[in-house]
Ligand binder design. Structure first.
Ligand code: AMP
Length: 208
């Protein structure tokens, strides 16, 4: 059974999708992570993606739909989609190939989203993410696990954040109408544990 988690940038989608995937024993799939790995590999496709991603623009539907087709084939036990679908076209594609049980909508105001994004740092080697205030590394600017430098993602820089949030409001938020009664609204502007409890309660899942 598949789920979707929708919310603006840095609303905690990845964190909550991980917690829920663990509980339901299904797979958390972040299309952003898949595309970043492809970009990092330096493949021909990866180089093509770079131009879109670093500006905060969506990559073409044809590329992303192919990624999702493969992911669905590889994970018949169920998926939580994080970062997909991003627009009406992608939602229509998904409707054709699978069923969605629930859509978890994390509501977070833009100013909170921006303050969370601007402090986000990632490890250049393992991709682990940190936040300079909310989730700092033990040694400033250095990954706890790899001992290499942390950087700010190109698309987390202020110019790209503006584009990404505008795209989210214009193209992704309207999907809440598309999914209508399947949508569960959750206040994302609270602690990780608070958000988790709200999601689990609405899905009638035990916390432990
Ligand atoms: P995210 O980590 O979900 O914010 O994704 C990072 C970037 O990957 C986005 O800004 C887009 O360029 C690209 N991306 C991720 N998911 C999608 C998608 N479903 N459709 C198009 N582009 C995507």
């Amino acid at each position: 059974m598949n789920y979707i988690i929708i919310g603006p940038q840095a609303s905690g989608k990845g964190t909550q999708a991980n917690l829920l995937a663990e509980k339901l024993r299904i797979k958390h799939i972040s299309t952003g992570d898949i595309l970043r790995a492809e970009k990092k590999s330096g493949s021909k496709l990866g180089n093509k993606l770079k131009a879109y991603m670093e500006k905060g623009l969506l990559v073409p539907d044809k590329i992303i739909d192919e990624v999702v087709d493969k992911v669905l084939k590889d994970n018949p036990g169920g998926i939580i989609f994080d970062g997909y679908p991003r627009d009406e076209e992608q939602a229509k594609h998904l409707d054709k190939i699978t069923k969605i049980k629930k859509v978890i909508f994390l509501e977070v105001p833009d100013d909170v989203s921006i303050s969370r994004i601007s402090g986000r740092r990632i490890c250049t080697k393992c991709g682990k993410d940190y936040h300079i205030i909310f989730k700092p590394s033990k040694k400033e600017g250095i990954c706890d696990d790899c001992n290499v430098k942390l950087i700010q993602r190109a698309d987390d820089k202020p110019e790209a954040i503006k584009v990404r949030l505008a795209t989210y409001h214009k193209q992704t938020e309207p999907l809440l109408e598309h999914y209508d009664k399947k949508v569960m609204r959750i206040n994302g502007d609270q602690s990780i544990q608070g958000v988790k409890e709200d999601i689990f309660e609405k899905l009638k899942l035990k916390l432990k």
